[in-house]
Design a protein around this ligand. Structure first.
Ligand SMILES: [Zn+2]
Length: 426
């Protein structure tokens, strides 16, 4: 039979199978389903066959064939936590902090408000262009699906501008984008004296941002955009658990799925709140207390860990990944690409950090960066595994063995990226 693309002779083809039709839980994390001398055939943007080269080639041929001898082939990375839409940067502040010898003393909320100012001031075209260059680098590093949060707007008109940028990029960039509304990121300057007043305003924004096209008169770019997730930063510098609950309850009533920035710098009740409310994910968790780690371990809420954030701030505290796995939890990895704490576009670097500071094996980190990441953003069953019928989102790594992923760092191991069956990098 004829396929569109056939990748063959891979030293290791990592299928990354779902377990019981879902993510890989607890200490069972790390099942790569490796096929040696493996092949994968794609047609109409989907995987149509996967297995030993000899077997796949007996049934399929394709006008485009890629010889992956000596290489690792795996699903495209799924980055389940980014704030990639912003304008400007804080490089000057970063250098100043180095001079002061105090990187970890960064006032993160003030830094976010500074980026809110430059993002509000930027025309839409500039916002799209700056974001596009980041997405290009993410794609070059193997990310084929990414969650993307608003939150550098913090007013209805500015959050709408960010959603418009996402709508443009969604149809013009190869990466599949999954939007999240993060109006409750920090309290904006104009509400510093009245944080509860800002929470009221976020709650008023919710029905308008859930389906942003319907909020606009006349034709607009966000017409077809859907925003499936609502997130709240429940931590020091963000919102209290009570404020977060008010936002999340309204979002849930509107049919949105929930996410929480939880227990990032201090134990703040965010992990517990996320589990209680049935959130799809609780993210960060570096300061989550042991009893809340046990709670998330027993739940379906995905623990999304973001080691580039601790690294970015030169902090020595990382999330208790091993304890999450021992408690039976679902663990995923993301870049947290943002303008203040973690301008990181590379999932391979996140994997390298996870191997060192979260004590994950390369196999565990790879599943957390693909299959489990997909389940953290409602994309399970579609991306993150090379299953017949799933999206043909594939990366070819110039590595002889998966154990080199994480072992090596700093250089980009990604040689080619295939998105929906089409070569988009390399
Ligand atoms: Zn974040």
């Amino acid at each position: 039979m004829k396929a569109d693309l056939l990748i063959h002779s891979a030293a290791q083809l990592c299928v990354i199978p779902p377990h019981n039709g879902g993510p890989q839980r607890g200490t069972r994390l790390g099942d790569l389903g490796i096929v040696e001398d493996g092949a994968v055939a794609c047609a109409d943007g989907r995987v149509v066959a996967v297995g030993p080269t000899e077997q796949v080639r007996a049934d399929w041929w394709a006008p485009v064939e890629i010889d992956a001898s000596g290489k690792v082939v795996c699903p495209g990375f799924v980055d389940p936590h980014t704030h990639v839409v912003w304008a400007g940067g804080r490089a000057g502040e970063f250098v100043e902090r180095i001079r002061e010898g105090d990187l970890c003393g960064t006032k993160v909320a003030d830094e976010v408000r500074a980026i809110v100012r430059t993002t509000r001031a930027a025309p839409l075209a500039q916002l799209v262009a700056e974001t596009r260059s980041r997405l290009d680098r993410m794609l070059a590093h193997g990310t084929t699906t990414a969650e993307v949060k608003t939150g550098y707007g913090l007013s209805l008109v500015d959050e709408m501008k960010i959603l418009e940028a996402i709508a443009i990029l969604e149809v013009t960039h190869p990466i599949t984008l999954v939007p999240t509304f993060l109006g409750a990121y920090v309290v904006p300057e104009e509400f510093l004296e009245d944080p509860d007043g800002y929470v009221d305003q976020v709650i008023e924004m919710l029905p308008l941002v859930a389906c942003p096209g319907e909020a606009r008169e006349g034709p607009c770019l966000t017409r077809t955009l859907r925003v499936p997730f609502c997130d709240v930063l429940c931590d020091e510098g963000g919102f209290t658990a009570d404020q977060a609950r008010r936002v999340l309850e309204r979002a849930r009533d509107l049919g949105m799925h929930l996410k929480v920035h939880a227990d990032r710098f201090r134990p703040w009740g965010g992990t517990r709140l996320a589990v209680e409310m049935g959130a799809v994910s609780a993210d960060h968790l570096a300061s989550a207390p042991p009893e809340d780690i046990r709670r998330i371990g027993a739940s379906d809420t995905v623990a999304v860990l973001l080691p580039a954030t601790s690294f970015g701030l030169a902090l020595h505290r990382y999330a208790p990944a091993r304890a999450i796995l021992e408690a039976g939890g679902v663990l995923a990895l993301g870049t947290n690409c943002n303008a203040t704490t973690s301008w990181c576009e590379s999932m391979p670097l996140v994997i390298a950090l996870a191997c060192r500071y979260l004590q994950l094996t390369p196999e565990q980190a790879l599943v957390a960066a693909t299959l489990n990441g997909a389940y953290a953003i409602g994309m399970g069953g579609e991306v993150g595994s090379l299953q017949v019928g799933w999206a043909a989102d594939i990366v070819i790594l110039d590595l002889p063995d998966v154990q080199h992923l994480g072992y090596r760092f700093g250089a980009n191991p990604v040689q080619q990226v295939i998105k929906r069956g089409r070569v988009v990098v390399g």
